[in-house]
Design a protein around this ligand. Sequence first.
Ligand SMILES: Nc1ncnc2c1ncn2[C@@H]1O[C@H](COP(=O)(O)OP(=O)(O)O)[C@@H](O)[C@H]1O
Ligand SMILES: [Mg+2]
Length: 246
Amino acid sequence: MFTLLKRFSASVRMNDREPVVRFENVGMRYGQGPEILRDIRFDLEPGSFHFLTGLSGAGKSTLLKLIYLAHRPSRGLIRLFGRDVATMSKDELPNLRRRIGVVFQNFRLLDHLSAIDNVALPLRIAGTRKSKIREQVVELLHWVGLEHQLNARPPVLSGGEQQRVAVARAVINRPSLLIADEPTGSIDDRIAMRIMHLFEELNKVGTTVVIATHNEPLVERFGHPRLHLADGALEVISEVAQRRLA
Ligand SMILES: Nc1ncnc2c1ncn2[C@@H]1O[C@H](COP(=O)(O)OP(=O)(O)O)[C@@H](O)[C@H]1O
Ligand SMILES: [Mg+2]
């Protein structure tokens, strides 16, 4: 893990003082449906770590999709790495997306590729030398406890194993911003803790992290500030307020 982190810290860029993510008066509806998110405003400062909580259907995945540019808001302003996403040209988007690691709620692995090749994909796209890719990928897959499944394809992996491949793929490229949508939903507590520690280590070397979860014990145990969604509105609950609640 040490060499892995050394590599991480070498390349996480803390380029400016702007929030990594800024939402101002953001609203979101699907088609003509009701507004799922209303007047959302928050900042994610560089190097911060937040949980995103709320009941099922509260809009957690929708909010994360807005952050990783899978959806456009119906109204309001979203800034990513200091840039207004609405005025960004199509050519700029891939560059921005490459700085964001995403663990999708439904994993989105490529079924015809092995675990190793799924995790290697972001490195291949980024042009990392072939000789370096395997070593990094194998080390990370060991860390998430998948050393026995390196060559297995997603369809033969359990849900929890697929989830860990998805986590490894999201972090292998040392993203500036890591977004995880219920990343511990299908795994047992011991591995969940391991993955949380991986996120914490990444955060310590500069990655901004936001994790959607409804795993309350996890939220309480790690005690990071929380963005809480209810009735379309977002409340920011600081660490101190959270300790008072607990
Ligand atoms: N693509 C979509 N089209 C229409 N409605 C959607 C779509 N995705 C999500 N929703 C609705 O938006 C609401 C919030 O969903 P979601 O963001 O997935 O919540 P959560 O992740 O907190 O469970 C739900 O009522 C859901 O049915
Ligand atoms: Mg969701």
